[in-house]
Design a protein around this ligand. Structure first.
Ligand code: AMP
Length: 587
């Protein structure tokens, strides 16, 4: 497939808001792809060169991209920067600049006849080359490669190449929509998405799933299983707000575990080769060489995939340290120094693969037994604290002990025959019951920063107040839930200002908001917030359409930032509108 045909599809996608229409548009184009190219097309459509767990990113600093564009168009860097400031979007800037491209002496060779008809795979290859260029002088080389490419493509192609470089295609296509379109394209039926999703949740590899579908068909997709070093999408928990509700969910008997407040980790091991993946399937192996060693020392088997929570641990006092400590371990530099400053312990709670077999469909108690067969405990590797409970008093006792032992609360887990590991799903096989924050509302929310207003006074030059939202898993959109302006330290505000770059003037397609924000962001940062109560709101869109009146949504009153930036959650793993509505109904 020619890259320009794919870009035409992207442009059409950009210009429609309707989900079903988007699926149709994308499916029409994907149906024309062959089995050799569909993998790369799928990756590019998600704005990626590789699945997240590979850890190779294309993202180029804005300055470098500006230089490349200036070189490719013969404009000054200043004028490119001005256009970029005006549009707030590298893609639009590139599109405009190339449309009006003047034939400067520099570019005498790039007249219309010189425009190349690139195949998608060729574009992927060039971008891959750029991504992999490292070492001395690599910045200059990257700029040259990129400007060379930009000067040989049409303005529409430049729009999307630039956006790939900026890390976001802005077409509004997320994995779920792509899976639906792939299903429609190849099987003629969008409903078969369920099988693609099942496969995708098992390997987090869109290239593998789409190629399997196009090369071998739907039956082969149904057989896709867990594979080592390809992270499984994590199972998530529903929430409950009392021990009675917890017990009721599990019809009288359940397992309870401490809910540790740390970093979730999925550990893949084959012989001495160990890799660690975060909750959002990123490869975090390099940040925890100490954990690799502990796992190798504790292993009783050569091959497995297990899950647990990494917490910062004070070995002298034998106590778990708050989340803020372990979160310092996420850095990519000075790792040895941080290992010494912040020792960790891993509390393991599940097995997903062992004995060369997937364990996802084994019941929970069997998986738990299996964990003890393949791992032996050590000072740094422990099994999560667990008990079986049959009445509310037992649950309350375990809960209070968990809080005393510096945990966030407890997890209730089904012990029934169907207590399988639901990869990528937030089912009722697991529930979380968390401690309150001394507020009326006994729960906290992980919300996405959607927009901001510039600060005044002491906060001038930074963002002051933020618009926060939840995620609607069904529609794949973000809905506003509250506005927050207090509780942030200067460091927090500096961090947000550094990390969050304004989106173009209009709000992103996947945002449902009636509130006008001065600045919109691409969904990126998730923060933990608590508040006084959830009220009905004419202003906020959270759960709108699920309430008695279609004009009403839900809002969080008196929000407070707890100080926790939940940086191991992807925006799609934020608290959902459904969860919020359940809490509202139980309030
Ligand atoms: P939440 O982040 O509030 O949605 O709660 C779910 C998270 O709790 C999981 O993703 C894990 O990172 C964490 N967690 C802590 N302890 C456990 C445990 N014993 N079992 C499962 N998850 C746990």
């Amino acid at each position: 497939m020619k890259f320009k045909d794919l870009c035409q599809c992207y442009f059409r996608l950009e210009n429609t808001q309707k989900k079903l229409e988007m699926v149709d548009i994308l499916a029409e184009t994907l149906a024309k792809a062959n089995e050799k190219e569909i993998g790369k097309i799928s990756l590019l459509t998600l704005g990626k060169l590789y699945p997240d767990f590979v850890g190779i990113e294309l993202m180029l600093a804005e300055k470098m991209a500006t230089k490349a564009l200036a070189l490719a168009t013969g404009k000054s860097e200043k004028s490119v920067q001005n256009l970029l400031d005006e549009t707030g979007d590298l893609g639009k800037a590139a599109h405009k600049l190339l449309e009006n491209k003047t034939q400067s002496t520099l570019l005498a060779f790039t007249n219309q006849q010189e425009i190349e008809q690139y195949e998608v795979q060729e574009i992927w290859g060039i971008l891959d080359n750029i991504a992999k260029t490292t070492g001395e002088g690599s910045s200059d080389k990257k700029i040259r490669f990129l400007s060379g490419l930009l000067s040989k493509v049409t303005s529409l192609e430049a729009r999307y190449i630039s956006r790939l470089i900026a890390g976001n295609l802005r077409t509004g296509v997320a994995a779920q929509l792509l899976l639906e379109a792939l299903s429609k394209a190849k099987t003629g039926n969008r409903e078969n998405k369920e099988f693609l999703e099942r496969a995708y949740n098992r390997c987090s590899d869109i290239e593998y799933v789409s190629t399997t579908l196009f090369a071998k068909g739907l039956e082969a997709v149904k057989q896709v299983e867990v594979k080592l070093f390809s992270p499984i999408k994590v199972m998530l928990a529903q929430r409950v707000s009392s021990s009675e509700e917890l017990l009721e969910r599990f019809k009288g008997t359940c397992a309870l575990e401490y809910k540790y407040d740390g970093l979730r980790v999925q550990i893949h091991k084959k012989n001495k080769d160990v890799k660690l993946f975060s909750r959002s399937t990123e490869n975090i192996t390099n940040q925890f060489p100490d954990v690799i060693e502990f796992i190798n020392d504790s292993s009783l088997d050569d091959e497995f995939i297990i899950e647990g929570e990494i917490v910062a641990f004070d070995h002298d006092k034998e106590s778990i340290l708050p989340f803020q400590h372990v979160s310092q371990r996420k850095r990519k530099h000075d790792i040895d120094q941080k290992i010494a400053e912040v020792p960790v312990r891993v509390y393991l709670f599940d097995v997903l693969y062992s004995d060369s077999k997937s364990k996802l469909d084994s019941p929970y108690l069997e998986r738990r037994e299996n964990l003890k067969e393949i791992i032996e405990e050590s000072k740094e590797i422990k099994f999560s604290h667990q008990t079986i409970a049959e009445n509310a008093d037992e649950i309350d006792d375990f809960f209070h002990q968990a809080i005393k032992d510096s945990c966030e609360g407890i997890m209730g887990k089904s012990v029934g025959k169907d207590s399988v590991y639901q990869a990528g799903a937030r089912g009722w096989n697991w529930v979380k019951y968390k401690a309150g924050y001394d507020a009326q509302l006994s729960d906290s929310f992980d919300l996405v920063i959607m927009g901001a207003e510039y600060g005044k006074g002491k906060r001038a030059g930074k963002y002051g107040a933020f618009l926060l939202g939840c995620y609607d898993e069904i529609e794949g959109v973000y809905q506003t839930f509250t506005k927050i302006g207090t509780g942030f330290s200067d460091e927090d505000l500096d961090f947000f200002f550094k990390e969050l770059k304004p989106f173009e003037r209009d709000k992103p397609k996947e945002f449902q908001s009636d509130i006008e924000s001065s600045i919109w962001f691409n969904p990126k940062i998730v923060i933990e917030v608590t508040g006084d109560e959830i009220t009905r709101s004419q202003l906020h869109t959270c759960s709108r359409g699920l309430m008695e009146s279609d004009l009403e949504g839900l809002a969080l009153r008196f929000p407070r930032f707890t100080g926790k930036i939940v940086d191991d959650k992807a925006p799609e793993q934020a608290t959902t509108n459904d969860e919020i509505r359940t809490i509202y109904l139980n309030q």
